[in-house]
Design a binder for this molecule. Sequence first.
Ligand code: SF4
Length: 256
Amino acid sequence: MFLWDNVVFGPIHSRRLGSSLGINISPTTVKICSFDCIYCECGWTLEKTIEPCLFLPIEKIIDAIDMKLSQCKTIGTIIDSITFSGNGEPTLHPKFDQIIDALIVLRNKYYPKTVITCLSNATQLTNERVLAALKKIENPILKLDAVSEHLFKLINKPIVAISVEKIINLLQQLHGDFILQTLFLKGEIDGQIFNNTLEPHLSLWIKVVQHIHPRKVMIYSLDRNTPAQRLEKIPFEKLVEISQKIQQIGILADAY
Ligand code: SF4
């Protein structure tokens, strides 16, 4: 599995975001996340504690971003999105809110038209500072792969005490001003066959999407190696069919 060994990477071409400059504010030697998703491109979550001391200091992060944006500006590199992703869940960084504030200043200085994106699993929306920080950026992209507790535990394997019902309630705090991302997949895990595109789960998921009403839904499937072995990609045609169901309830949706 793959870990980024820097704070800043790219820009890389992203199917969803265009030219995306990646920001990794998680440790460079170990993935830290509140989930242990069976499909995570960083591999299994081996470090099960979330110790603040494991994270990179804010000064190092901001200096690295400043230097990279300055270099990119000088040579005329196009950046459509500055994107928090990397080795785990970015909102677990104890100074996530301060990093967002500093990044907004740098973005306005070097690339005022570029959006800031954060890929997050939404577990830290319980923290008011994280919620306020996510509200300041253009693209909070929040994950919801399953809406039943059983499938949620099977696919996302939360390592903190949180239910999917709680996550759905937390998403509502953004009053629809966010992008929802859902990864559809099927396979076998822990001796159980599953498929989150099947009924009754799919209809329940659509109901939840209608209720929380994000401004857009991003639908995708597996694209890289996964830590769990018996997983299968959902055909693109099926993803398109699901995105059309979301469009029919008046919400923008795209399959990738
Ligand atoms: S939430 Fe993201 S980083 Fe965390 S385990 Fe899942 S895919 Fe990996």
